[in-house]
Design a protein around this ligand. Structure first.
Ligand code: FES
Ligand SMILES: [Fe+2]
Length: 424
C-alpha cells in the first residue's frame, strides 16, 4: 500500500514526514511594499508618519520608507524636506550636502535644492531658464503632533490630511504626544523594535491576535503583563468600515468583567489599549510603517493628561520587570536568553524574515488576522483598479476614530462601571 499521495505536484508522506514538503510561499500582496507592488501602492495612498519632528535637523539624514531611500533635512527656515538622495546633476548623495536657509546644497557642484525639490541655484550656470525648469525628486512633508508625515502616492490623488479623534476636545492640561517604537512599548521589552528586522505584517497580524497574550505573555513564562490577561477571554471579532476590532471579555473571579477592545485601521494603523488592570483609558494610535520588505518601525500618538496621568508608567515594561535579570541590553541577548524568556520579538522574527503564508493553518482564533488581511487585499485590489480606498479620495474629509480601550463591566448587567467604554 502506498504511504504517499500527491499534493500540488509533490509526493507527501501520509505518515507526516517532512520529505516532499511543498515549496513554501509568502502572500506577495501583503508583504511587498515597494513602488508598483499592490500593497505598496495601497500604503502610498495615505499620509504616513516616518520620523519624529526632532529627527529633521540641519544635518541631512538617510531615511528609508516603503523600500525607497530618501534624504531628510530641515532648512534654515524650519521647513522639513524629503528628497531623492542622488543629486539630479551627476548623482552624488545629498547626505553630504550642506543645509542652508532655503534648502540643501550638493557638495559636488553646489546645486541648491529647496524642500520641494526646486533647483534654486547653480553656481556655475548663468541660464536661469534651464535652472528653473528642473527639480530634484521630492515628497511632501506635514509636521503634526510632533511627527513628520509624508504622502508618497500619485500627486493628483493626494488626500486631505486626516483628523484624529485622539486630538479632539483636548482639555487645558491634555496633550497629544508622539513616539517611535524605541521610546514606546512593543511587547515585553522597550528595546525590541527600534527597527524590527522582519516583514511588517508579522507585527500587524499581532495587533488582532488576542489569544497569544494568554500564551506567549502568560503561560509560557509567567505573567509578562497584568496577570488577569492570562485568563483566556471570550472574543468577538467585528469588521468595521475602516478595519477590524476585537472585543475581549475576561471574567475576573468575584470581580467585574474586564473588557478590552483592540482595533486595526487599514491599511497600517492600530489602537491597542494598555496592558495593566489600572489602565482604563482610551488606547493611543500607532502606525506599523514598513521601511522595506524585511523591516518596519512603529510611530504613534498618545493622549496624556498632565493633571490626571495614566495609572501606569509611561513605559510600563521596565527592564527590571521583564526577562532574565542579567543586565544585558536586549540587543545583546544570546539565543539561550531568548529561549529562557520569549517575547513578541522572537515569536515574530521566528516566523522568518518574511513569513511563509502557504504553510499556515489558521483557526477560529485567527479570525481577526484573517479579516485584516482580507480587507487589506480588497483595498489593494481597489487601488490597482484605479479607485480610491476609503478616506483617501480627493477632498474627502477623513476622521480616524479610536474605538479601542479598556473598561470594567458589571458581571450581572454587562453595564460599564469604569473605563473607556463609559465614554462611547
Ligand atoms: S552632482 Fe550634485 S551638483 Fe553636481
Ligand atoms: Fe504580544
Amino acid at each position: 500500500m502506498s504511504t504517499s499521495e500527491s499534493f500540488k505536484g509533490f509526493e507527501i508522506d501520509k505518515q507526516g514526514r517532512a520529505y516532499g514538503h511543498p515549496i513554501a510561499t509568502s502572500d506577495e500582496e501583503l508583504v511587498r511594499v515597494g513602488p508598483g507592488t499592490k500593497g505598496g501602492e495601497l500604503l502610498r495612498r495615505y499620509w504616513q508618519p516616518f520620523a519624529l519632528a526632532e529627527e529633521a535637523t540641519s544635518k541631512p539624514k538617510h531615511v528609508k520608507i516603503l523600500s525607497e531611500n530618501l534624504i531628510l533635512f530641515r532648512d534654515g527656515d524650519g521647513e522639513a524636506g524629503l528628497l531623492y538622495p542622488r543629486c539630479m546633476h551627476r548623482g552624488t548623495d545629498l547626505i553630504y550636502g550642506k543645509v542652508e536657509q532655503q534648502g540643501i546644497r550638493c557638495c559636488y557642484h553646489g546645486w541648491l535644492f529647496g524642500v520641494q525639490g526646486h533647483c534654486l541655484e547653480i553656481p556655475t550656470e548663468k541660464n536661469e531658464k534651464l535652472r528653473s525648469n528642473i527639480r530634484q525628486p521630492w515628497y511632501p512633508v506635514r509636521e503634526e503632533f510632533g511627527l513628520l508625515f509624508t504622502y508618497m502616492g500619485p500627486p493628483d490623488r493626494e488626500p486631505l490630511f486626516p483628523t484624529f479623534s485622539i486630538a479632539e476636545n483636548l482639555g487645558p492640561s491634555e496633550t497629544v504626544t508622539a513616539f517611535r517604537s524605541d521610546s514606546g512599548p512593543n511587547g515585553p521589552h522597550p528595546k525590541i523594535a527600534a527597527s524590527s528586522d522582519y516583514n511588517w505584517w508579522q507585527m500587524y497580524d499581532n495587533w488582532m491576535d488576542p489569544f497569544h497574550v494568554c500564551v506567549l505573555h502568560f503561560s509560557i513564562n509567567g505573567p509578562q503583563f497584568s496577570p488577569n490577561l492570562g485568563i483566556i477571554p471570550e472574543v468577538k471579532f467585528v469588521q468595521t468600515n475602516d478595519g477590524v476590532i476585537s472585543i475581549q471579555k475576561r471574567r475576573i473571579p468575584n470581580g467585574p468583567v474586564q473588557q478590552r477592545i483592540s482595533q486595526v485601521i487599514m491599511p497600517n494603523m492600530n489602537c491597542t489599549a494598555g496592558v495593566t488592570d489600572e489602565d482604563l483609558g482610551p488606547a493611543g494610535i500607532s502606525w506599523t510603517l514598513p521601511l522595506d520588505d524585511t523591516s518596519y518601525v512603529l510611530f504613534g500618538l498618545t493622549r496624556i493628561d498632565r493633571d490626571n496621568p495614566p495609572k501606569r508608567p509611561a513605559i510600563p515594561m521596565l527592564e527590571d520587570h521583564w526577562g532574565p535579570d542579567h543586565g544585558k541590553p536586549f540587543s545583546e541577548w544570546s539565543l539561550e536568553d531568548h529561549q529562557v524568556w520569549q517575547t513578541d520579538y522572537v515569536a515574530q522574527k521566528g516566523q522568518g524574515d518574511i513569513s511563509l503564508h502557504s504553510e499556515e493553518h489558521l483557526m477560529a482564533g485567527d479570525k481577526g488576522t484573517a479579516l485584516s488581511r482580507r480587507m487589506f487585499r480588497q483595498l489593494a485590489e481597489r487601488v490597482a483598479e484605479g479607485e480610491d480606498p476609503f478616506g483617501a479620495g480627493a477632498n474627502e474629509p477623513y476622521r480616524v476614530e479610536i474605538l479601542a480601550g479598556n473598561a470594567l463591566l458589571d458581571p450581572e448587567t454587562g453595564e460599564c462601571i469604569a473605563g473607556y467604554a463609559s465614554r462611547t
